[in-house]
Design a binder for this molecule. Structure first.
Ligand code: FAD
Ligand code: NAD
Length: 531
């Protein structure tokens, strides 16, 4: 099974399969002029689209998903899964080297690492995820999906054949995002790597110049340094601009210790490549003048934008702009009459992580299931596996979209989480100090040295890190927590529970961390606060 998919099952291209309505009738008929009918149509079978379709179908609605490339999306094949596979060996080796008594002479061997990456991405074959779609009763149409009017989606398959799919109730757009290439003379001609090429590379180049200081740049600089490439990182501003400043500083220091040449304040001004496949030279300006850096490969990691182009937004009265599809907290697209159009994941511009997108997908799917599904009294599904039967109560709930109900993506505002798999890892939930102050909150920030707790001393000789907690003084609850340190991604969820639960500090005091775990830092934070 490819991790990232909700499950797996029997394969099917879905094109001629029939789905059953709650009443047991066929709801999918190949009509004249290639028109198909489903209750729900989802455009994009990334992790987000898969989850929308899964949840939406749970009250018995017939559901079809449209995918232009691979079922599983960016995350499974060119993003989360391959990148974390490339990063894991270096992290494991560093942890082993930090423990006294082990004779660790190992190095990261690129061949087996790339082979493991190929295994984790199933060799860029989506059969496992297609099987899961089939087992979940979700039909698949391969091709490019585009809205051609209210509740109508035209699918152009790889042969150019067009099929119109009419959605009886709802359409959800989950088309993800695309990388941005800055306008730098010579860049396009130099055929740089994007994140796809970096995560799917068949061999490790001797040297790589990475442009960007965000998550992709920091993770890939770490991975390629681990794999033996000489890496130069050209960063306009600081590293990891979305995180607390101390996080980017820690990652910069550790990258330099890994041998990465980090050049801050560096903006690329032109690029040239010496013939096809030859070395590439980036000329950058760092304020003191122009400088050149030459490497075997160039990776551009300068951000992503929601994929709203060529989705037919104009046909339903929306403007095709580079921004995300604006949604309410029930994930209904704003500005569309009738509440039938939904969007979730990267395409909304609200989030750019898989887990947060899947959360939105669960909300969208539950709203669709509760709003349009047949109630159990009317023959819809209920009982096991149907968390949101289409009862009157759930229909009303889906309409009201009360904050923190299952029909509202409230955590998008208060408790987004992110883990950056650099060394040290950076993990955060909720608001940074700056965002909290910008939101007008009266906050106090409490910090603690992660390396000073007993758990750190018994984990490794040079275990180091830092935690900062942003306390809303008016309510005495946490509104944001940031961790920097080894494997802190695994410590994040406790903070997420505290932020989402708005647990008062006085009650948090009674959550006793076990000794000697690194989580004992929670006790130290509260003591530092004054409890
Ligand atoms: C290098 C890298 C590493 C990352 N690592 C992590 C990580 O560790 N953890 C994390 O949480 N996030 C990570 N992310 C972010 C994560 O990949 C995205 O947030 C996630 O993939 C978004 O899911 P999605 O379903 O919205 O979009 P996508 O995964 O992009 O899926 C969209 C799908 O829609 C299809 N599609 C698009 N347009 C159409 C159309 N018109 N018709 C039919 N199909 C269409 C696409 O082919 C694609 O399969 C990473 C991103 C990158 C680039
Ligand atoms: N572990 C994870 O969760 C993970 C991993 C990778 C990516 N992602 C997601 O993917 C998204 C995209 O990542 P990303 O790193 O490409 O984007 P990003 O927005 O995180 O970083 C973009 C970087 O490029 C720089 N930049 C922008 N324009 C530039 C220009 N013209 N010249 C030089 N530098 C420029 C910015 O200053 C910034 O440092 C992120 O939002 C992230 O959430 C998540």
């Amino acid at each position: 099974m490819i991790p990232g998919a909700p499950g797996q099952g029997q394969g099917d291209d879905g094109a001629m399969a029939e789905n059953s309505s709650p009443q047991g009738e066929s709801t999918r008929q190949a009509g004249d002029a290639g028109t198909l009918h489903y209750d729900v149509v989802v455009i994009g079978a990334g992790p987000v689209g898969e989850n929308v379709a899964d949840r939406a179908g749970r009250t018995g609605l017939s559901t079809v998903i449209v995918e232009a490339e691979l079922v599983g999306g960016e995350c499974s094949y060119w993003a989360c899964m391959p990148s974390k596979t490339l990063l894991r060996p270096g992290a494991a080796l560093a942890a082993a080297k930090d423990v006294p008594g082990l004779t660790v002479s190992a190095t990261v061997d690129p061949g087996p690492v790339l082979a493991w990456r190929d295994e984790v991405t199933s060799g860029w074959d989506d059969a496992g995820q297609v099987e899961w779609l089939d087992s979940a009763g979700i039909a698949l149409l391969r091709g490019h999906g585009r809205l051609v009017g209210p509740r109508r989606v035209e699918v152009t398959d790889p042969d150019g054949t067009r099929t119109v799919v009419e959605a009886r109730y709802a359409v959800a757009v989950a088309t993800g995002s695309v990388p941005v290439l800055p306008e730098v003379p010579g860049l396009v001609e130099a055929a740089p790597w994007g994140s796809r090429e970096a995560t799917a590379a068949e061999e490790v180049p001797s040297s790589v110049v990475v442009v960007g200081g965000g998550v992709v740049a920091c993770e890939m600089a770490t991975a390629y340094a681990d794999l033996g490439a000489h890496v130069t990182l050209l960063v306009r501003h600081g590293l990891l601009g979305a995180a607390e400043p101390f996080a980017g500083e820690a990652v910069k220091t550790s990258l330099e210790e890994l041998g990465v040449d980090v050049r801050l304040g560096a903006s690329p001004v032109r690029v040239s490549r010496d013939g096809v496949g030859g070395p590439v030279t980036v000329t950058y300006d760092d304020g003191s003048g122009e400088h050149d850096v030459t490497a075997a490969e160039l990776l551009v990691a300068t951000g992503r934008v929601p994929r709203t182009q060529d989705v037919g937004l104009g046909s339903v009265g929306l403007t095709e702009v580079g921004r995300g599809l604006e949604v309410d907290d029930a994930m209904r697209v704003r500005g569309v009459e009738g509440g039938w159009l939904f969007a979730a994941g990267d395409v909304t511009g609200r989030v750019a992580t898989t887990h947060q997108g899947k959360y939105q997908a669960r909300v969208a799917g539950d709203v669709i299931a509760a709003t349009f599904g047949a109630s159990s009294e009317d023959g819809g599904k209920s009982g096991d596996g149907v968390p949101v039967p289409a009862t009157d109560e759930n229909r009303a709930g889906a309409q009201a979209t009360e904050p923190w109900s299952r029909f509202a993506a409230s955590a998008d505002h208060a408790a987004q989480t992110q883990v950056v798999f650099t060394r040290p890892q950076v993990a955060w939930v909720g608001l940074s100090e700056r965002k909290a102050r910008d939101a007008g909150l009266d906050v106090r920030v409490v910090e603690y040295d992660l390396g000073a707790v007993a758990g750190a001393h018994v984990t490794g000789k040079s275990f180091a890190g830092r935690v900062s907690a942003v306390v809303d003084e008016a309510r005495r609850v946490l509104v944001g927590v940031t961790f920097v340190g080894p494997e802190v991604g695994e410590m994040l969820h406790a903070a997420t529970v505290a932020v989402v639960g708005e647990v008062p500090l006085e009650r948090l005091w009674h959550a006793v961390p076990a000794y000697p775990t690194v989580s004992e830092v929670w006790l130290r934070l509260l003591e530092t606060y004054g409890l």
